[in-house]
Design a protein around this ligand. Structure first.
Ligand code: HEC
Ligand code: HEC
Length: 326
């Protein structure tokens, strides 16, 4: 009886492995695994290190740490300044399941990227820094933590709750001046009138922020995902002010759109060589606000919208390629 059951299970698994459709998995009703359940063995220790690195990045690889060789990040943010709740919060770019979705094709590189390369993508952009060496203890710790958070998620699954939740952009140019008023009313209490956040300690002490800066020299650079309007709108709409979740957004679509434009209209570090991003060009996102622009629309429209006409053109381009069998 047991062996028949086993056979039936094996067949069912075989069938699903052959199926063309990837498994679907929802992060919304699956609490992320708890690090405290792990033993203090080699794996358990490395996973804990990864979580510590993610939440206190500034204290280990930030620009103010004592050992100059460890200053990989260029700002004093933590990974969890954006990847909230220990990188386990749905629609705040959670790392839950990320081990199951990499290696993955990435338009920014027009290449299949590994999870290590994705970590370094955020090191060089969100953290405005340098890539971690692939064989470093820090890289291993990040990958181990991501691996642990991905327990139980089937390899190749398509995930609900991953990335950010789309919020439809209003069909108009965003209004940074209207955004400034929203910023003062709903954001400045924590992030400061000048957007520079609130330090945990003193500049130079590598203790990071209670409330992170949103622009200026210690923020993410202009090549970061958070510097793209639609990505940032989706994040802010479903995660800010702090305490907001996708299920109870505080800002309206219109408010999120304008306040994001205000933040992204401010100066921030500049990443060299951005024009090399999205080398295939046809799949360059409409809100990647740096040249070259492939669709003839203005730089300003890519930066502040209106986006629906650009999205229409992008859809057409993709359909034309498909028709050509590319
Ligand atoms: C109650 C305090 C609070 C308020 C109000 C608040 N934030 Fe935040 N914000 C935070 C904290 C804390 C983080 C870091 C992530 C975390 O710990 O949740 C953060 C992170 C962020 C980030 C990503 C990290 C970074 O440095 O870029 C953005 C963007 C952001 N907030 C935008 C906003 C906007 C826009 C508003 C107003 C609509 C807002 N926040 C209101 C506390 C706040
Ligand atoms: C300023 C905000 C911000 C900070 C800080 C940040 N990230 Fe990210 N990260 C993002 C955004 C936005 C995305 C998704 C959008 C994109 O692909 O650009 C992302 C995506 C990722 C992904 C892929 C997630 C997926 O669903 O495929 C990984 C892994 C990652 N980041 C790791 C890190 C690590 C490690 C750190 C710290 C060393 C870090 N990030 C710091 C904003 C940030």
């Amino acid at each position: 009886m047991k062996s028949i059951l086993f056979l039936a299970l094996a067949c069912a698994q075989g069938a699903s492995a052959l199926a063309a459709e990837p498994a679907k998995f929802s992060l919304l009703d699956h609490p992320a695994p708890n690090v405290e359940t792990l033993p203090q063995d080699h794996y358990g220790k490395l996973v804990r290190e990864g979580r510590e690195l993610a939440t206190r990045t500034f204290a280990y690889v930030g620009p103010e740490v004592k050992d100059p060789n460890k200053r990989y990040a260029g700002n004093n943010l933590a990974c969890t300044s954006c990847h909230q709740d220990g990188a386990a919060k749905p629609y705040a770019m959670p790392w839950v399941g990320v081990s199951a979705t990499f290696p993955q094709y990435r338009g920014r590189e027009d290449e299949v990227s590994t999870v290590e390369e994705r970590v370094n993508g955020c090191m060089e952009r969100s953290m405005n820094g340098k890539p971690l060496p692939l064989d470093s203890r820090e890289m291993k710790a990040f990958v181990a933590y991501i691996h642990f958070l991905s327990r139980g998620v089937p390899v190749g699954a398509s995930l609900e709750g991953a990335g950010t939740k789309a919020s439809p952009p209003p069909n108009r140019r965003a209004d940074p001046a209207a955004g400034e008023a929203i910023f003062k009313a709903k954001c400045a209490a924590c992030h400061g009138e000048n957007g520079q956040g609130l330090r945990a300690g003193q500049p130079g002490d590598a203790q990071g922020y209670v409330f992170p800066p949103l622009w200026g020299p210690d923020s993410f650079n202009n090549g970061a995902g958070m510097n793209r309007m639609l990505t940032a709108v989706n994040f802010i709409r479903h995660n800010m002010p702090q305490g907001t979740t996708y299920a109870n957004p505080v800002l309206t679509d219109e408010q999120a759109y304008d306040v994001t434009a205000y933040i992204l209209s401010k100066p921030r570090p500049v990443k060299a060589n951005l024009e090399a991003d999205f080398p295939a060009r046809w799949n360059k996102p409409v809100d990647a606000a740096f040249p070259p622009y492939v669709d003839g629309a203005s730089a300003d429209q890519h930066r502040f919208g209106p986006y629906p006409p650009l999205m229409e053109m992008a859809k057409k381009r993709a359909a034309e390629r498909q028709a050509l069998g590319k």
